[in-house]
Design a binder for this molecule. Structure first.
Ligand code: ZN
Length: 270
């Protein structure tokens, strides 16, 4: 089975459309989203609708949670973006709560319910899927530096994901594979961006971010996972795509509640 793994779209429609078109060209059996559909970017409605129609399921990310409930531990511009996103998505309490005649309240309710029903963890075969980490599924980062600086943290995380053999995560926006040595293999250093599952050792796979890469490569990132008949892990191919970044930057610049820096960082991939 070929499964496209997308994560951290962050309301970047231009990036999401480019990734979905590439997925369609390559042919996959299904698409999974590892969370953070919204936050930071200018097109929350369109991105939620595309994920709802194109993905088999999506996980709850910390930004999805922040928009629905409370943005905790967000910096000032992320928090302002979360409240702006909530105003775009939350249906008015009363049917006549929006003066705009073209406003479709049922559509808004459907979208808000879709976000509210996102799951925190999903398992299939030997896979465990969480946005952050198996210990703190919504909020904990598994950083590329952790194998060097926090090997106990990584050991705890690997212990926590048992009996699953492969954990799929997003959240850091950096694509690659963690092994339990522990080590981190950046996707950029793999031949053809390809990782082959070689033995029974557990690994953690991050497909990187569709809408806000942070590995100094501004191209959209996603991955295609190949599995056998009973979801036996075979390989992951990491992919990068140029997309119309300027289109997203211009939209962010036109929205007062979105700090221009949120656009500038897209150009630098950080
Ligand atoms: Zn994110």
């Amino acid at each position: 089975m070929r499964t496209a793994l997308i994560s951290d779209i962050h309301s970047n429609l231009s990036a999401l459309e480019t990734v979905l078109a590439d997925i369609d060209r390559r042919g996959v059996d299904r698409i999974l989203s590892l969370g953070d559909i919204v936050g930071y970017g200018p097109d929350p409605k369109e991105c939620v609708d595309l994920v709802a129609t194109r993905c088999e399921w999506s996980l709850m990310g910390n930004h999805d949670f922040g928009v629905l409930y409370e943005p905790t531990n967000f910096n000032a511009s992320a928090e302002a973006a979360a409240y702006w996103t909530r105003r775009q998505l939350e249906p008015p309490k009363h049917a006549n709560g929006n003066a705009d005649a073209s406003y479709d309240r049922d559509e808004a309710v459907r979208r808000w319910d879709f976000l509210g029903q996102l799951r925190v963890r999903v398992q299939f075969g030997p896979f465990l899927c969480v946005h952050g980490s198996p210990r703190r599924p919504i909020n904990e980062y598994i950083f590329p530096e952790d194998p060097l600086n926090a090997s106990k943290k990584l050991r705890d995380i690997f212990a926590r994901m048992k009996p699953s053999r492969v954990c799929l995560v997003g959240h850091t926006h950096v694509p690659g594979v963690f092994t339990d040595d522990p080590d981190f293999l950046p996707a950029a250093e793999m031949a053809d961006g390809m990782y082959t599952f070689s033995d029974q050792d557990p690994v953690i796979v991050n497909p990187g971010s569709v809408g806000q890469p942070r590995d100094l490569d501004p191209r959209a990132s996603y991955a295609i996972l190949e599995t056998g008949e009973n979801f036996e892990p075979q390989s992951v191919q990491f992919l990068r795509l140029d997309y119309d970044i300027e289109r997203t930057v211009a939209k962010i610049a036109a929205i007062d509640d979105l700090n221009n820096w949120l656009g500038e960082r897209l150009l630098e991939g950080r």
